[in-house]
Design a binder for this molecule. Structure first.
Ligand code: ACO
Length: 378
């Protein structure tokens, strides 16, 4: 929607924060996370290193890293009330994102005196346990206790299946979590900052952020992108199936972006990660098919919408990578939340430091002097 006397309903172009956490350049296709170009960080850092970097502004030394890993591992078990709630949610057939939102709100049970850093560590540690436990419950299985000997990413995969994952899968998931950990002032991050700026608490901020992420315009559904690849099935069908969708006025899922007008740098990183993981421990035929679907889609979109620069976005290879990790589509968005939680908390720390209430203005456009009519006469 266009702006109206300086007002844009989507706040497009409004500068609402200064941050040390991430830089997004949609024209250049650039994403920098706390000083590191995404490709450098995502493929090298463990998730714990990325958490430390975002929360402290520098990479951890070995002692700092070991301490953080141990602290997070010790905090993974859920309060009993959280587990009870997850059972109730599964009985009521609640969606995974709704269950995550409800369970996240319980995470400070019994720890109201904790400082911000301790609360944040508990949140990061336990969000992963909630997602894995709830997935098990929805499958009619019991949750699997976390294994403190495993890293955050390895333990999440272990809690889903009970089988320790291969190194290739752990690296694949870590690359994904690092890739989605932060992305400028996106809607859920803004929501978290607004909440914490009132001097409310971190659990409230993360619960609100999860609510924002849940919406299809944000956390979205990489699921449909994967469905398209499966629907196509073989490379020779790509052009016909995709062209038929465009002719029918459908959007090709996993392509186009509000900010990026070149290939989303996250798609670049995730496609490389997917290739590595599929080569080491997966179905290379599916990866090759996805590459053909991508090339065909970008080519057809250039003809369909000339000059619009509709390129591959983060969702396309998210779908492929998470599927390759053995994740089902209904936990794609909750898995996104596992990564983004660390970014939300880092923004909360920044906002708390600024200490300024976020309170923009609205312009009243209603009537000014309405006639009062008694209820019996309305
Ligand atoms: N397939 C077909 N046509 C498209 C696509 C697509 N994937 N994306 C945009 N277009 C068309 C639009 O219909 C529009 O045409 P029009 O001007 O004739 O109406 C034109 O290209 C420009 O599109 P906009 O909707 O203005 O682009 P916007 O920047 O608002 O939308 C969005 C971005 C919502 C991501 C869009 O590209 C889309 O719907 N993509 C498919 C869904 C998807 O992959 N979503 C995940 C995005 S990644 C993320 O948000 C984390």
């Amino acid at each position: 929607m266009s702006s109206n006397n300086g007002y844009d309903p989507g706040l497009a172009g409004v500068l609402a924060a200064e941050t040390y956490l991430s830089h997004v350049d949609g024209q250049k296709g650039e994403l920098v996370i706390a000083g590191f170009p995404l490709a450098k960080l995502a493929a090298n850092a463990t998730f714990e290193e990325t958490v430390f970097l975002l929360w402290n502004g520098h990479l951890p030394n070995q002692t700092e890293l070991t301490d953080l890993k141990n602290e997070l591992a010790a905090l993974r078990p859920l309060p009993a009330a959280t587990t009870d709630l997850l059972h109730e949610a599964a009985n009521a057939n609640t969606t995974s994102m709704d269950a995550l939102r409800m369970a996240a709100a319980t995470l400070d049970l019994g720890s109201s005196q904790a400082d911000h850093r301790s609360t944040a560590k508990a949140i990061v540690a336990r969000i992963a346990t909630i997602v894995a436990s709830y997935h098990r419950l929805r499958q009619g299985a019991e949750p699997i206790d976390p294994d403190p000997a495993l890293s955050h990413a390895a333990n999440f995969l272990y809690m889903l299946t009970g089988t320790p994952p291969s190194d290739a899968r752990v690296r694949g998931l870590e690359t994904y979590l690092n890739t989605v950990v932060d992305h400028g002032l996106n809607a859920s991050t803004f929501a978290a900052r607004v909440i914490v700026a009132t001097q409310s608490d971190l659990v409230s901020a993360i619960t609100g952020a999860i609510g924002a992420l849940k919406g299809p315009l944000h956390g979205g559904a990489p699921g449909p992108a994967l469905d398209t690849v499966f629907e196509i099935g073989t490379a020779d069908r790509a052009e016909a199936v995709l062209q038929a969708k465009l002719d029918a006025g459908e959007r090709l899922m996993g392509f186009g972006h509000r900010v990026y007008k070149v290939r989303d740098p996250r798609a670049e990183v995730l496609s490389t990660a997917a290739e590595k993981m599929f080569k080491a421990d997966g179905d290379m035929a599916l990866y090759e098919l996805a590459k053909t679907v991508e090339e065909t889609a970008v080519r057809l979109l250039a003809v369909h919408k000339p000059g619009r620069n509709l390129q591959t976005n983060v969702e396309f290879y998210t779908a492929l990578l998470l599927h390759g990790l053995g994740l089902e589509t209904n936990i794609f968005t909750p898995t996104f939340a596992i990564g983004r939680t660390a970014g939300w908390l880092a923004h909360c720390f920044e906002q708390i430091k600024y200490g300024r209430l976020i309170r923009p203005q609205s312009r009243y456009i209603g009537a000014m002097d309405s006639e009062w009519v008694p209820v019996a006469e309305r």
